[in-house]
Every structure is written in structure tokens, then in C-alpha cells.
Ligand binder design. Sequence first.
Ligand code: PMV
Length: 301
Amino acid sequence: MKDFSSASGKTILFGEHAVVYGEPAIAIPLPQIRTTARLYDNHQEFRIISNKINLNKSYKELDLSSGIYRLLTFLKDYFSFHILPADTLEINSNIPIAAGLGSGAALSIAIIREFSRYYEKPISVEEINRIAFEIEKIYHGNPSGIDNTTISWEQPIIFSKSKGVTKLSSDLQALDFLVIDSGIYSKTIDVVSDVRSNIDKNMPFIKKIGIISNKSVQALISCNKNEIGELMNENQFLLGKIGVSCKELDEMIDFGRGLGALGAKLTGAGRGGNFLLLAKDHQHAIMLKSKYETQGLRVIL
Ligand code: PMV
């Protein structure tokens, strides 16, 4: 029996930003990168420890407006504890923070799953997703819900605000995606708010992104690599039009296209973070990976 819980990262294949305005988006979990949460008894005051973000605080010392404080307070009530029990919550993660891979949602979901495991109180996926979405609102302001939904279900999904989640049955193993960290960090809340402040100008591009997401579903189901690649490139062009790419990302993306990538686009909020490439096949992916690593970039997948 595992004595901890975890949650994966995620990447958006198509439709980021447009999903905030009701368009569909396609996202997949990244099970290779994870946040783990472990509760254990140290017979002292409740403490939260995370070496990654240099956190070692008691519940009382947490910033009252932080997502983690709000989540723990919520879970305390949810599990009907008067005070948090005398345990340690230890958090570890290899998901880059503020890089478009869902680190915030993974943190919430790993903690919710761990409370459920430790106190032997099962919570449904829908309920985990609902709680994580409330916490996402603190991190993101006005989130679409795609991050928490992808990570809660840990399956490839088609997501829209009105229709919710539909599972996507695509043989993703047959598709050689690379996820590469630009090393530039940006805050989702800022990028989303910039898109909104120019919404009249951006809306036609957002609608076109929605059309691309819809088209991508069939291409992904049939594993039509050339079409997926073309749609990724079109999606990236439109993301540039709404101002969420940046010079450095454009250069890194062009570098991959120059090496024969079938498609390339940013993933998540943009202005940095991670970007995706679709390689022709496995050998090609290995070549692309080594070329980017030679440039000093971290290839996540
Ligand atoms: O958390 P990120 O950086 O992966 O961004 C989430 C995707 C956005 O569409 C930009 C925002 C949202 O809430 O859907």
C-alpha cells in the first residue's frame, strides 16, 4: 500500500486561452511529472514542508490568502476536524512552477487525494475536481477549469466550460510529442488578464482557435500526424495574434520547425513556460531532444 498520494502535470494540446471564452480545448495528463503529498504523524503541531519551494510552516503561519491555506481550511471542514490533526504534510514535486504544466492544480489534487487516503474517506473524482477548481480561482482569478479537470481525471480530454469533460480516445503513444521548458516563467493570471483587456480585438482569433480545437479531435483520434502538426502551427500563429507568445518562444519554436518538427506551439498561458513539438517518429524525437538539450533547455518529455 502506498503511503502517499500524487497528481500529474498536464499539457494543453489545443485551445488555451480560447477555453476561457467557452471554446473547446484538448489537454492530456503528463504522468511522468508529478506532485506528491504525504501526511504522517510527528506528534507535534501540524506543519507543511516542501523543500522545493522552501516551505516549512505551521498552519497558523500560512498566508491567509494563499491557495494552500484556503485548501487546508476547506479540507478541515470537509472532513469535520475541529483543528488540523497533529501531522506533517510533506510535499514534493518535479513539475516546473509557473510554466503552463498545471503545477497549482496538481498541488491541490495531490493534497485532496492524500487527505482522502490518510483519513480513509473516499472522495469521487468529480468532488476532487470541484474542490480543486475552487482553489484554482485563487491562483488564476477566472480559470476555465481545464487544469484541474485534466489532472483530476488523469486522461486525455476535450473540455469546454459549457459541456464539461469528454474523454478523448486517442492512441497518444503513437504520437511523439515533446514538451520543452523555455526557462522563462510567467504568471497565468497576468497573461489571461492581458488577453481580456483587448478582448474586442482578440475575439475573432479566439473563435478561430475554437475551430482548430474542434478539427484536432478527429486528427488526434485517427493519429493523423501531418494534420495534427499543421493545426498546432495554426494554433501557435493565432496565439501570437492574441499576444501570448514572445520573441524567445517564437525562436525556440522556429528552431524545432527548422529541424523538421511537424508542428510546434506554446502550451498553457504562454509568454514563456513550456512549448510542444510533434516529431515525425521516435528517432526524430530523440534527435530533437538532443538538439534542444545542447541549447541548454530542459526537455520534460
Ligand atoms: O495554467 P496554465 O498556464 O496551463 O494556463 C491554463 C490555460 C489558460 O487557458 C491560459 C487559462 C485557463 O484558465 O484555461
